[in-house]
Design a protein around this ligand. Structure first.
Ligand SMILES: COC(=O)[C@H](Cc1ccco1)c1ccncc1
Length: 130
C-alpha cells in the first residue's frame, strides 16, 4: 500500500546516498564502473557475478532492492570479486585488495552508523509479504 511505497522510496534514497558517497571516494575509483572486459578478457571466466558502484545505482533505480540486506549482498560482490580476481603478492594486486577491504569496512561503518534497525525490520516485513 502507499505507506509501503513510502518506506521503499526512503530506502532507495538511503542506498543512493551511500552509493554516491562511495563513488566520490578516490580510493574506490576502480570500483565505480564494470571491469573492462576488453582490458581483462578472462574476467568473466573467473568472476561469475560482476558488480560495481554504477550497477548498484542502476539496480536501486530499477527497484531491485527491498531491503538493505539485499543491497549489501550485491555491494559485497564488489570487494569479494576483487579479492578473488587479484590474489597475487605483486604490488598491483595488494593495492587493489587493500582498497577492496577499505570499501567493505566503509560500507559496514556507514550502515552501522546510519541505518536504524527498526527501519530495516520494516523493509524485511515488506519483503516477506510479497
Ligand atoms: C575491480 O577492478 C579489478 O579487479 C581490475 C582487474 C584488472 C586487472 C587488469 C585490469 O583490470 C583492477 C583494476 C585496477 N587495479 C587492479 C585490478
Amino acid at each position: 500500500e502507499e505507506q509501503e511505497e513510502d518506506v521503499l522510496r526512503e530506502l532507495r534514497l538511503f542506498l543512493r546516498n551511500i552509493t554516491e558517497r562511495l563513488s566520490l571516494d578516490r580510493r574506490f575509483k576502480a570500483f565505480t564502473k564494470p571491469v573492462d572486459i576488453e582490458e581483462v578478457p578472462d574476467y568473466l571466466m573467473v568472476i561469475k557475478k560482476p558488480m560495481d558502484l554504477s550497477t548498484l545505482l542502476t539496480n536501486i533505480d530499477e527497484h531491485k532492492y527491498v531491503t538493505v540486506s539485499e543491497f549489501m549482498a550485491d555491494a559485497d560482490l564488489i570487494w569479494k570479486n576483487t579479492l578473488e580476481y587479484n590474489p597475487d603478492s605483486d604490488p598491483m594486486d595488494r593495492n587493489i585488495r587493500h582498497r577492496a577491504c577499505a570499501l567493505k569496512d566503509t560500507v559496514r561503518a556507514i550502515i552501522r552508523d546510519e541505518l536504524d534497525e527498526d527501519f530495516e525490520r520494516v523493509c524485511e516485513e515488506i519483503r516477506e509479504s510479497r
